[in-house]
Write a protein that binds this ligand. Structure first.
Ligand SMILES: NC(=O)c1ccc[n+]([C@@H]2O[C@H](COP(=O)([O-])OP(=O)(O)OC[C@H]3O[C@@H](n4cnc5c(N)ncnc54)[C@H](O)[C@@H]3O)[C@@H](O)[C@H]2O)c1
Length: 354
């Protein structure tokens, strides 16, 4: 692998998506000579054009499918790619998993293999960063710690999404070993924030999305009673955007896996209280599951629903996410610039579009 950095040029798969659009913006803001190639099955639209507008001269959008090796041939070869962030995927959705298990696995596993196969033909790539999920921590078992989840902690992947994310982590690590590629994996906790909306690969929105949507519709958020006993490690896409580019271009990394999270468990009532301090009109009501916007299981407060330990990231990069109230406030401000564009009403139909 080359040691002298050519001009930074990053390939981001799933670059039009929720979290990666924040990563791209932060990357381009922090690295003034960097350029990005985004490869996404989704076409750019008014929202992505607006979001990327300040940096549009440094982003090339390619509409392509990571299942097709030929999609990677569409990447312009005028300037070599130096870093890859692979994030394109189909997220967990119970109906999608039952109806299209093959598609979930093709996109999430073969998409990773295709990204790696292309990467190993490229002589200038300094790092391949795989975007995984805390869903690999799955369900708690007798050995699951009550403490914030460590990268080395227990793993248990129940759903095909989590299985495919973990399989991809292992495939990435092995390609790194065999082909002498610098690879790393990041595992996000529960993300909310700017640019969240349904995409071809994701239809279940985070709780703050529903909170903001309830305010837009001038009604209470509808939750089940159990949800009020639940919680999670919530983090904004903006805060992920503030650290991922640094991790990506750092010349060396001390670890091959990093949790990217808030680092604390926030109980649902505490999220509501923080939000209410910013948006006093926010309210919630308890309803039966059939009528709820948000259903969270209070018995799942460990493993993927617990806090994630962010010691690796914070000690290596001296990074801390902003307090949750600040994260919620800046998300709300962003939505309110154009509520129906930034936090659209969710469609009734829930079809997989990949
Ligand atoms: N949102 C979360 O809470 C969360 C939590 C943990 C991990 N992650 C990970 O973060 C990454 C980004 O997820 P997100 O939440 O921003 O979801 P997202 O759906 O907004 O982004 C994923 C993007 O991948 C694209 N895509 C789907 N199938 C594709 C294909 N076959 N070829 C090319 N592009 C394709 C979609 O169009 C979408 O733009 C994913 O790898 C996901 O596993 C997200």
């Amino acid at each position: 692998m080359k040691q002298d950095y050519p001009q930074t040029r990053v390939l981001v798969t799933g670059g039009c998506g929720f979290v990666m659009s924040n990563v791209i913006r932060n990357l381009l803001a922090a690295n003034l000579d960097a350029t990005v190639v985004s490869l996404d099955i989704n076409a750019t639209d008014r929202l992505t054009q607006e979001f990327f507008d300040p940096f549009s001269d440094r982003i090339t959008h390619i509409q392509g499918d990571v299942r097709q090796p030929s999609s990677f041939n569409l990447i312009p070869n005028d300037q070599p790619i130096t870093h890859v962030v692979h994030a394109a995927m189909i997220a967990h959705q119970p109906q999608w998993e039952r109806e299209h298990p093959d598609k979930v696995l093709e996109v999430n596993i073969m998409g990773t293999v295709n990204a790696l196969e292309w990467t190993r033909t490229q002589p200038n790539i300094m790092r391949f960063l795989y975007v995984s999920s805390g869903d690999v921590y799955g369900e708690p078992n007798a050995e699951t710690s009550q403490k914030p989840h460590l990268e080395t902690g227990t793993l248990d992947q129940p759903e095909l999404y989590a299985i495919s994310k973990y399989a991809s982590e292992q495939i990435v690590r092995r390609y790194g070993d065999i082909f002498n590629l610098d690879t790393a994996t990041v595992r996000f906790s529960g993300v909310f924030g700017p640019m969240e909306r349904p995409t071809p690969g994701r239809s279940i929105m985070a709780m703050p999305y529903h909170m903001v949507r309830a305010v837009i519709e001038n009604r209470p958020l509808r939750v089940t009673a159990g949800t009020l006993q639940a919680g999670a490690d919530f983090i904004s896409s903006e805060d992920i955007g503030s650290i991922l580019p640094r991790l990506l271009v750092s010349p060396t990394l001390s670890h091959d896996i990093y949790n990217v999270a808030y680092g604390q468990f926030t109980a649902v009532p505490d999220v509501f209280e923080s939000f209410k301090s910013i948006v006093p009109e926010f309210d919630h009501e308890v309803v039966i599951p059939e009528l709820a916007d948000v259903i969270r299981d209070p018995s799942r407060r460990l493993a993927r629903w617990n806090a994630y330990d962010i010691g690796r990231l914070s000690s290596e990069f001296d990074w801390q996410p902003r307090p949750i109230a600040e994260q919620l406030a800046s998300y709300f401000q962003w939505v309110m610039q154009d509520p129906e564009l930034h936090c659209p009403r969710l469609p009734q139909e829930n079809l997989l579009n990949v």
